[in-house]
Design a protein around this ligand. Sequence first.
Ligand code: UDP
Ligand code: MG
Length: 155
Amino acid sequence: MADIQRTLILLKPDALQRDLLGEVVHRFERKGLKIVGMKLIRLTDDLLNEHYAHLADRPFFGDLKQFMMQTPVVGMVLEGWDAIAEVRKIVGSTNPREADAGTIRADLSMNTPSNLVHASDAPENASKEIDRFFNQDELFTYEKISDRYVFGQGV
Ligand code: UDP
Ligand code: MG
C-alpha cells in the first residue's frame, strides 16, 4: 500500500559548482514530486557529525565533511507517493560508477564524495533529517493544478 511521504534532499556542492542544480531539480519535478521546502543551507561540522554519524568511523569521513562545507547546499523537502524510495531510485547507488544508467548519479557524476545528491534512505531517517534542516514554518502544504493527475487515483 503506497503512502504519501516526505523526504529530505541536499544538492551537494558539486551540483552547485557544476551548474547542475536546475537539471537535478528538473528530474524530481518531472517525476511529479512536489517541492514543499527549499533553501540554501551552510553546513557546519556539528551538523555533519550528526547527519553522517553512521560514517564517523570511515576513513573518508573528514574528506566528506570538508567537501560538504565547500559551498552552501540546497536543501529540499519533496512530497509524493512513496517519495523516500522513489527519490532513492531516481538518485541511484552511492558509487556513481555502480549506479544504473538513467539515474542522476550515473548520468551526471563519476565519483564519491561528489555524487551530487543526498536523499533520505528510510522513513525514520526522513523525518529526523527534515527536522534537522527545516523549521516547521519553512514547510508548505499547497495544491497544484497537476495534483489530480500526479496524486490522483483512477483519474
Ligand atoms: N561516501 C564517500 N565514500 C564512500 C561512501 C560514501 O565519499 O566510500 C560519501 C558519498 O558522498 C555518500 C555519502 O558519503 O553519498 C553518504 O554515504 P551513504 O553510505 O549514506 O550513501 P548515500 O545514502 O548518500 O547513497
Ligand atoms: Mg545515506
